[in-house]
Design a protein around this ligand. Structure first.
Ligand code: EPZ
Length: 419
């Protein structure tokens, strides 16, 4: 088993370039099935979830090869529409295959999607939307079976702006008959990136970036190449780590307009935050100030994927902070690990009340999900003594070369194999 071992107390300093976005590249890889030929994706991050998605595409009959940091996906021959739970169970993103397989092959048979245990994470919004496009879906014995002789457009109003459901319905609609209008669609930047990639394949999509998307189905897509956006969640994580360590950091390959909620929170904490079109610079000035009330919300609100990292930061702020998690009902489990390090966090339903302490103390902790694991790294960077984080495979699912990047920024951190 590998663990991350961190000796806290060093201020980070330097610059990094955000890798390609995990939450953009995964639906894009699924979307490559929509065209029976070559799709090239550039700037692909080397993270576990990408390798899992490559396995899934190859299981379906695609040929996938790396060319430096690009993926060349040949989806000429789809030989299967079935994925067992040992494949789909590795990550939530396996559910992104539903729309493309229905659009390309007219059927799909998927095991239960996996992913971080941050809530129940049903797929009812995906299912209801696809049914409105003419698909028949049944769930039995852990399998989700879907079939559609011909997907047709429809006017669909999502009951909640689900990111994955929005992406699945877009991918189903690009080859459907007629026009699909999605109301109350999610507006996360990763969805816009997927739409621009699909436009490059010949899809007809209007309203990108808004909560109303109009997709006009086409008969066939074309060969294309696309460069994935920088990962705004990874960028936010490093900025918070720099703030927590008392240092300074430049993050490149990220659009500041996609980080407004995070940059505002970091300014409230007392950091100097500056940016140009494609980079953000942060410097911690003095003692961290608390954030009296921080509420997660669908984009452009504060991202739930940065909530745990902020909790780690605010654990050492000068006063009381409140975090209100409105997206996932199980996303406070990292608080239990932070408490082992001396954090004073009290959970009241979907609110966490954090009383800042002078300093955390290093100890053995466990990552319980991807972003929670990153939060424990942030806590370890500032804690007194040594922090050891087990189950760090979670972290490797979404962060490329995290330990090496942090060493380059001055941290004392190493990945250690223990038997
Ligand atoms: C995507 O997950 C991201 N994952 C998540 O990032 C992110 O936290 C989430 O969007 C919200 O921004 C990827 O893009 C691969 P949702 P997704 O559907 O699509 C409920 C990370 O750390 N819901 O927007 O699964 C659901 O239970 C990961 O990178 C239904 O009720 O999120 C949740 O409470 C974690 N029925 C809320 O909506 C449905 O059919 C938001 O889920 C679908 C969702």
């Amino acid at each position: 088993m590998s663990i991350l071992r961190i000796k806290g107390g060093r201020a980070l300093s330097g610059s990094i370039r955000a890798h390609g976005s995990k939450n953009a590249i995964l639906p894009m890889m699924a979307a490559s099935i929509l065209y029976p030929g070559i799709t090239v994706l550039h700037g692909v991050p080397e993270i576990l979830d990408v390798f899992y998605m490559i396995e899934i595409l190859e299981q379906l009959g695609c040929k996938v090869k790396w060319q430096d940091s690009s993926l060349v996906i040949d989806a000429s021959a789809i030989e299967s529409v079935s994925l067992s739970s040992c494949m789909t169970g590795k990550m939530r993103s396996s559910v992104f295959l539903l729309g493309p397989l229905l659009a390309r092959c007219g059927e799909a048979k998927l095991g239960q999607p996996g992913g971080c245990s941050i809530g129940s994470r049903p797929v009812d919004i995906h299912v209801a939307g696809l049914q409105q496009m003419g698909a028949e879906l049944t769930e039995e014995n852990g399998w989700l079976r879907a079939s559609a002789s011909c997907l047709h457009g429809n006017v669909i109003r999502l009951p909640f702006p689900s990111v994955g459901a929005t992406e699945n319905l877009i991918m189903a609609a690009v080859l459907a008959e007629g026009e699909t209008i999605l109301h109350h669609a999610a507006r996360e930047p990763e969805i816009g990136d997927l739409c621009r990639m699909l436009q490059g394949m010949g899809a007809r999509i209007k309203g990108i970036g808004s909560s109303t998307l109009e997709i006009t189905g086409v008969d066939r897509l074309r060969e294309s190449a696309y460069t994935v956006m920088g990962d705004r969640i990874e960028a936010s994580t490093y900025l918070i780590a720099a703030a927590a360590s008392g240092g300074e950091l430049m993050v490149e390959n990220v659009l500041p307009g996609q980080l407004t909620g995070v940059l505002t929170a970091l300014s409230i904490c007392g950091c100097d935050v500056m940016h140009n079109q494609r980079a953000v610079y942060l410097r911690r000035k003095d003692r961290l100030r608390p954030v009296p009330y921080l509420r997660t919300a669908p984009f452009p609100g504060f991202p739930t994927d940065v909530q745990s990292q902020m909790m780690a930061l605010l654990s050492c702020a000068d006063g009381e902070s409140i975090i209100h998690e409105t997206i996932f009902e199980g996303r406070f489990q990292t608080a239990l690990e932070l408490r082992k390090m001396g954090a004073d966090i009290c959970m009241e339903g979907n609110k966490a009340v954090i009383q800042g302490v002078q300093r955390l103390t290093g100890t053995k902790v466990c990552a319980r999900d991807l972003r929670g694991g990153a939060a424990l790294v942030i806590a370890g960077l500032t804690a007194e003594g040594i922090t050891e984080i087990c189950h760090c495979t979670y972290i490797q699912r979404g962060y490329a070369a995290l330990a090496q990047h942090l060493v380059d920024l001055g941290a004392d951190i190493e990945m250690v194999e223990i038997h």
